[in-house]
Write a protein that binds this ligand. Structure first.
Ligand SMILES: C[S@@+](CC[C@H](N)C(=O)[O-])C[C@H]1O[C@@H](n2cnc3c(N)ncnc32)[C@H](O)[C@@H]1O
Length: 254
């Protein structure tokens, strides 16, 4: 079906109306309810943030992540850099490198010396289980290490990056010095068991005030991530935050 939204919205937008395709119509998956989330707020600082936009335009064809979550990653890195202690950054689930490009470019803009580790199997999603209603394994294998290297090292001219190829943490944790402390972890692996294994690995290495961002929390195809986050909502050693853009965030308290 042709995209009829654009011409109709060209007429409706000046009148203050927009039509939106609702792929995420009301449904329940297990105990979780899903519907299109349309908050009423309209502050949109990403629109005229020149530095962010310059990076976003370069990475947007390499990411599955919308501008709302990309801009939040950009801002959260800036917040994490307020902590003067050194601490590494890590993204697990990079696919074609888009969100890693956002994180790395913000570190570069802030003149940070902290390393960004970028982890992917480059063979798609792994460790699917009965906790995941949509993923069966192997999704998002349409990428490669060289494609990510081209974006990060050539297009974005980033330097402080180490790529970890294989299942994380199982295959590649040994490539990170054992005494490494982390400020920030972006988890975009889509499924429950990978989230468990990654958080179990990184939690003791995360600085107090450090954070873990779950990309997939607010999406019905990634109900395993919602399950994982909700299992931790009552923990007293962390803040658990639901952002209506679809992110969930853990902030380490102790
Ligand atoms: C949705 S994609 C990531 C999207 C990406 N962040 C972007 O900017 O569009 C999920 C990726 O996670 C990777 N992945 C899933 N589980 C993993 C694991 N345990 N270790 C490493 N990579 C993993 C998959 O190979 C896939 O490329």
């Amino acid at each position: 079906m042709p995209d009829i939204k654009k011409p109709i919205n060209a007429v409706l937008n000046p009148l203050g109306y927009t039509i939106i395709k609702n792929k995420n119509y009301r449904k329940n998956i297990g105990k979780f309810a899903y519907d299109k989330v349309l908050p009423h707020a309209n502050f949109s600082p990403w629109l005229n943030h020149a530095d962010f936009q310059a990076v976003f335009q370069k990475i947007k064809s390499n990411t599955l992540v919308d501008v709302f979550r990309c801009f939040e990653l950009w801002q959260l890195v800036e917040q994490c850099e307020k902590n003067p202690l050194p601490g590494a950054y890590i993204e697990i689930g990079t696919w074609r490198g888009g969100t890693a490009g956002i994180i790395g470019s913000q570190l570069k803009a802030l003149n940070s010396n902290n390393v960004l580790y970028v982890a992917d199997t480059f063979k798609g999603v792994v460790k699917t289980s009965a906790a995941d209603s949509a993923y069966t394994g192997g999704e998002h294998s349409d990428t490669s290490r060289s494609l990510v290297e081209e974006l990060l090292f050539n297009t974005l001219s980033l330097k402080n990056i180490q790529i970890l190829e294989g299942i994380f943490p199982d295959d590649t944790q040994h490539l990170i010095p054992t005494d490494t402390q982390f400020k920030f972890c972006h988890i975009d692996v889509d499924v429950y068991q990978s989230a468990i294994d990654i958080v179990d690995w990184i939690w003791p290495k995360l600085q107090v005030g450090g954070m873990i961002v779950f990309d997939d929390y607010g999406f019905h195809t990634c109900d395993g991530i919602a399950r994982y986050v909700e299992e931790h909502r009552a923990d007293t050693n962390k803040l658990v935050i639901h952002n209506l853009n679809g992110h969930a965030i853990f902030v380490k308290l102790s």
